[in-house]
Design a protein around this ligand. Sequence first.
Ligand code: M6R
Length: 613
Amino acid sequence: MCGIVGYVGSRDAVPVIVEGLRQLEYRGYDSAGVAVVRDGTLQRRRSVGKLCNLEDSLRAEPLAGAFGIGHTRWATHGRPSEENAHPHQDCKGKIVVVHNGIIENYLPLKTRLAAQGHKFVTQTDTEVVAHLVESLYKGDLEDAVRRALGELEGIYALVLLHKDEPQKLIAARKGPPLVVGLGEKEHFLASDIPALLSYTRDFLFLDDGDVVVVTPDSVKLTDSSGRVVKRDPQRITWDPIQAEKGGYRHFMLKEIHEQPRAVRDTLLGRIGIEDGEVHLEELGAAEEELKRAKRVMLVACGTSWHAALVGKYLLEQVAQVPAEVDYGSEFRYRNPLVGPASLCVAITQSGETADTLAAFREAKRLGALPIAICNVQGSMITREAAGTLLTHAGPEIGVASTKAFTAQIVALALLALRLGRLRGTLTNERCRELLESLARVPHLMENALAMSGRMDDAAKWLSRSPNMLYLGRGVNYPIALEGALKMKEISYIHAEGYPAGEMKHGPIALIDESLPVVALCPRGRVYDKMLSNIQEVKARGGRVIAITFQGDTEVGKVLEADRDLIFDVPAVAEVWSPLLMVLPLQLMAYHTAVRAGRDVDQPRNLAKSVTVE
Ligand code: M6R
């Protein structure tokens, strides 16, 4: 949700900023802009729409600067327009600011500043920051920013510069992420690491309340009261190539195909087939406390929420511990009764989702043991958790989450197995059996992904369908939800996920020859029930896309060869079947969106990390 880049050093700031923004475009693409200073002159360039529009404008009329800031926007206040694009400036055109977040009290501030004579030219909440800092500026930007922060309510990652204070950037964080990239006689600021990986591997992560003053030779980090803070930089070990498309047409397709590796890496070093145990030492002291857990509360949003639903099933089935699932955005607004020995597990790819963080903090405040399942080391949630289980999916760039999802399910599986062993509800023998079949999953996924080419028949049909229904039961009901979400977010086809048993209570009224129904039908406890549900669809003239295990002989019998489709995936233990059943649904959504000419990696209105509530 908005990407920020800042640069001070001896290079031309414009290409550094634009390249950084390209890596951050997943965070928003409603508009993009840069502001740079050269020889005491401040210049801004902004364009509506994707970064390529800004690049076109810069090619036509180049800009250069010794230091500067840039922004790619996901609009909250004010429609996407050039006027509303960041960076925003003060009345005199001396101070510019880029912002990720929401200034909640911008209206009273704007009214006050306008009464003092400040001229506002945008509908954004951010512009108020430029004018507020201008009103407090007495020749020292750091001082003015610090005083302005005292008046701001809401959440922000902010970077500002003043054209008369050369080679200096001031940044502040409360909520949305911000990192400082450390170079030799040059420094960088960005919302996320990939923006800076071509320049540095050494990063300082800003905490909430931090203010940092960055020049080519220094990084002064202070807390909200102005006290200097010493913090060790962290070295990022992942390969920048992991954040590239690597020959695939889209990040999403690359990430779908990376799932066997992501699952393998998430299992690596954590499972002992020989001793039939799961090792989660990285949870530190929190691991000991798991033993006492009487109940698990899972909080998450979007795709991660679907992983949480699978997690509930696994925790209850494998560890026999009661589990409940909440949307991050709902948890705080009911009256959650957090009893003793409750564990709160937040599941988040980014570790920055505002709704998930807020729920996590509330559960922590109410006394739950806070554990995070997260894909981004050093992210906000990992710093607030008593223990973190990192998913090793690698950077996920496509806005539609794929590899992070399967890696989250694997992390939840490990947690369920560990809890089962610690609580004595899972025998060593059963644990070993489950681990053996889990360890085979990456290989089975590789086999399942080979179907990629066969998705075109489905895509041809689905790209012309305005609506779809996805049905699943048991541990695969969340996969029906996830399949529908993938289809919605990248193809813009309206798709509903339903527990198949609920169809007769309402959605069955939708069934006719024009509604494609995707039915998840792996062998297992609910197989016969799913077969009956498919028959109910067929009896009403519906058309079905069935996802089965390889070797299935029954589902084909109730389908019509010329009207329905079947995709099969390798058979696996029912508890792990979501890891395979989801793959055809991801591919189906991908190929349908491509056929419909959609922007797969950057679907309209979405952003990868949603850092506002
Ligand atoms: O980073 P998080 O896992 O916390 O993000 C949660 C959701 O915003 C995210 O899963 C979103 O639903 C994706 N676009 C789904 O593909």
